[in-house]
Design a protein around this ligand. Sequence first.
Ligand code: ADP
Ligand code: C5P
Ligand code: MG
Length: 239
Amino acid sequence: MWRRVVSLSPVISSSKSSLLNQAAYRFRIWESFATEIINPGKCGISPMEKTPFITFVLGGPGSGKGTQCIKIADTFGFMHLSAGDLLRTEIASNSEDGAMILNTIKEGKIVPSEVTVKLIQREIESSDCHKFLIDGFPRTEENRIAFEKIMGVEPKIVLFFDCPEEEMVKRVLGRNEGRVDDNIDTMKKRLNVFTALSLPVINYYEKKGKLYTINAVGSVDEIFEKVRPVFAECEEMTQ
Ligand code: ADP
Ligand code: C5P
Ligand code: MG
């Protein structure tokens, strides 16, 4: 069994740009807020290591997940893992799945769960951090179930950035990061995928009482002020 009582307080926080960077952390007792363990035997993390505190960060394309995750990571010392960034890194590294991932992203479809979960698993298991923001995952019920099966944990909390489609389209088309999927045709497909496949995941976590819905309209700082109390509450529970 994982030890349930010890977690970590980061000294250095991570961000999207330092995805693969391992920060140094010091220990702190964190008793009451350990991530729920549903299948300890199957998680790749050694039994003697500490339970990761998982937060899933969900929302449609362009809802501001990545932007807010950087601020949460900097302020509250979480490691930020963007599923989309991990997949793009995999494409760039010419891995055997690279071509398949690129085609899937161009089509606005969802990469097979085992591929994405393995990338997330590798990051979690190679990190000394115990507090993770998993951004843009799970996108489907299949993603969610694969994560639970492979990692053997559930998220403690789930954030949902709720943003009108019109605003998401405006943001994505103005993102200017040279992404192959930030065009109007792929965006329409991504919005359809979000409605058909991702909303059921959000509803699932709402029923479980784990969902924090944040109205994602407003300035970046205004939205972060709505996010802050969620994590401030977590911090209090770690004292
Ligand atoms: P996601 O990760 O959900 O796809 P991003 O965080 O990448 O979204 O944001 C999409 C685009 O919108 C980026 O160009 C970002 O700078 C911009 N953006 C993020 N939050 C806001 C906001 N609150 N208001 C206006 N633009 C925003
Ligand atoms: O989250 P982001 O917008 O960076 O995701 C870009 C694309 O990566 C998605 O539209 C999808 O094609 C792919 N993706 C996926 N499964 C995930 C996350 C992202 O297939 N869990
Ligand atoms: Mg993003």
